[in-house]
Design a protein around this ligand. Sequence first.
Ligand code: KIV
Ligand code: NA
Length: 269
Amino acid sequence: PVKRLHAPDILARKGGEPIVCLTAYDAPTAELLDSHCDLLLVGDSVGMVVHGLPNTVGVTLDMMILHGQAVMRGARQAMVVIDMPFGSYEGGKELAYQNCARVMKETGAQGVKLESGPTVPQTIEYLVQRGIPVMGHVGLRPQAVLNEGGFKAKGKTEDERLRVMSEAEATADAGAFAVVIEGVAEGLAAEITLAIDKPTIGIGASAACDGQILVVNDMLGMFDWSPKFVRRYADLRGEITRAAKSYAEDVRARRFPAQVETYFSKKPV
Ligand code: KIV
Ligand code: NA
């Protein structure tokens, strides 16, 4: 029997062995990733990488719950964290609590993640006090894309650096068990990691963080483009393209199915 990791186990890794995280959206992928990862995030990136949306603003709570349930069926030992989608927590603490509680109940996941803009840390404190483990997310916050006019790295000006640092500190002080840092330069990631007593999980945020996360479809090479910070550990795009092409050629040439792929009745018909 394997023991499932929970928020305190991730928290205890601050400054220790790097925390290994990936996103996951479905049961079979979660099952493959599970034994290699400490934490699986059901990211609202599911909207972009699985559902073909232009950004994460259109992702719904129902989508997150459905994918969360699937990942929970595949993962046995990794902590599973579910992203709260745009519109499900920014409107107030009570609204956030209702929606987070629903996610926790209906998926059985071990925690949720909220993008920690300026007003969110007080909500995180409210949630944590009521029994919901929360991971924060600072720096580039994809749910703010419409205000920003695109996905842009953060911390290029001194003003921005101070803002990201203070959001990270407020998130940690609010009781988050870990903080994702996205799209910031190494210097700022290192400063934040030194300043807060919670593990930092970097994505496009250098090796200075306490852990790393990538979107699984990116690191598997599913797309023709991926950001600079992604390392492609596989070429699934090439593999799937080759497979689809071979299958189409075989069907058209009547090479598929062959005898070994065909059922035959015992009695002659
Ligand atoms: O939605 C997501 O996949 C994320 C991670 C990349 C941190 O928020
Ligand atoms: Na996300």
